[in-house]
Write a protein that binds this ligand. Structure first.
Ligand SMILES: NC(=O)c1ccc[n+]([C@@H]2O[C@H](COP(=O)([O-])OP(=O)(O)OC[C@H]3O[C@@H](n4cnc5c(N)ncnc54)[C@H](OP(=O)(O)O)[C@@H]3O)[C@@H](O)[C@H]2O)c1
Length: 347
């Protein structure tokens, strides 16, 4: 990996740091993209971030990141615009393809797939060596035929027809985008690693509310009167960012591999219980949408592949706490005072 000794300014004043190669992050201003940019800057990379409108105030946080002044540039690229992507990737050794609509809108699903085809081909044409693609556990876990005793791991795929029938078009799009990334990268001789994050929690760097942080906010505002009998997998956004960089750096182990990025799997009732314990001042619902049905059981999962790359997962309690703190910081939730603990009565 080429590197040049340089000086960069860190928290502790001027520190000597190895400046690494130039890499590009698509969707740099989003929730996960921002943390991938931050992690790359902290590790000494020169970073080019793409956004559809880099001058938009919603991307301003990127320029305030440590190391950004010296080593981050932003450029305009829509994933549907091959030429914009080709220009953004010029001179880059690696591309982190994070950008994607996070939506069930049927008009947006093709953007994820065609955008990924453009990214892989623009990367290959620009001479990029390695791409890390951000998939989703929506491409992995939505299979009603998977045995409740089976371990969810990198060999699993969602059932496309089931996702389509149940209106989970985001999952369909992510499955098709991942398959497109894998096939196109093989055809063009690019090294590819796929990171598969589950529902991503943790502090936001960006002000704009993203889908998974909004999921937590909706329970805390009381907008959700009842919760579904559902099990979901969660991970911290900082672990997701580290997973991207580890998959990029450990190319020998990573090439062609998927990396399932899950820190915990739990029933929505347990998830809300944890929220309630951390933030009792918010009106978190205790009502399930279904009564008297057998509760869905948390499934087993394996995150061993990422642990083998050296990733240590953040406890969900910590991620959730920091999710809520940043939702408050950016004004998506009110700053409600915590209830005062009742005085102990001494008899
Ligand atoms: N958050 C999760 O729980 C989660 C879980 C699994 C996987 N993921 C995956 O992680 C990635 C990032 O998600 P996120 O949660 O960080 O969402 P986010 O905050 O909404 O970010 C989405 C990013 O995609 C970009 N984008 C959307 N349409 C685009 C287009 N046509 N051209 C270029 N850029 C476009 C947006 O850029 P603009 O600024 O230009 O709008 C934005 O930066 C996605 O691939 C998503 O599928 C997320």
């Amino acid at each position: 990996m080429p590197s040049i000794a340089t000086k960069a300014s860190g928290n502790n004043g001027e520190i000597k740091q190895q400046q690494k190669e130039l890499v590009c992050v698509t969707g740099a201003g989003g929730f996960i993209g921002s943390w991938v940019v931050k992690e790359l800057l902290l590790r000494g990379y020169r970073v080019r971030g793409t956004a559809r409108d880099p001058a938009d105030r919603k991307n301003a946080h990127l320029l305030a990141l440590e190391g950004a002044e010296a080593r981050l540039t932003l450029c305009r690229a829509d994933v549907l615009d091959y030429d914009g992507l080709r220009a953004a990737f010029a001179g880059c050794h690696g591309v982190f393809h994070v950008a994607s609509p996070v939506s069930n809108d049927p008009d947006l699903a093709p953007v994820a797939v065609e955008g990924t085809r453009n990214v892989i081909n623009a990367a290959a044409d620009a001479g990029v060596r390695r791409v890390v693609f951000t998939s989703s556990y929506g491409a992995v876990h939505m299979d009603p035929k998977r045995s409740p005793d089976a371990v969810l791991d990198e060999s699993c795929w969602s059932d496309y027809e089931f996702c389509k029938q149940t209106g989970n078009l985001y999952c369909c799009a992510k499955m098709m985008a991942e398959i497109t990334a894998t096939e196109e990268a093989a055809r063009r001789g690019l090294e590819l690693a796929v990171v598969v994050p589950s529902m991503t929690m943790g502090p936001m760097l960006q002000q704009q509310l993203n889908f998974s942080s909004g999921h937590v906010a909706r329970y805390l505002t009381g907008a959700k009167a009842a919760y579904p009998d559902a099990v979901a997998a969660y991970v911290d956004v900082r672990d997701v960012a580290r997973a991207h960089v580890l998959a990029y750096e450990r190319a020998a182990a990573a090439n062609g591999q998927r990396f399932l990025c899950i820190g915990a799997v739990l029933h929505r009732a347990s998830f809300l219980q944890l929220l309630k314990e951390l933030f009792p001042q918010f009106p978190v619902t205790a009502k399930c949408q279904v009564d008297g049905e057998p509760m869905a059981k948390p499934y087993r999962f394996s995150n061993q592949r990422l642990k083998d790359l050296g990733l240590e997962f953040t406890p969900l309690r910590e991620s959730l706490y920091e999710t809520v703190m940043s939702l408050q910081q950016y004004g998506h939730l009110p700053q409600l005072p915590a209830p005062v603990a009742p005085k102990r009565a001494y008899l």
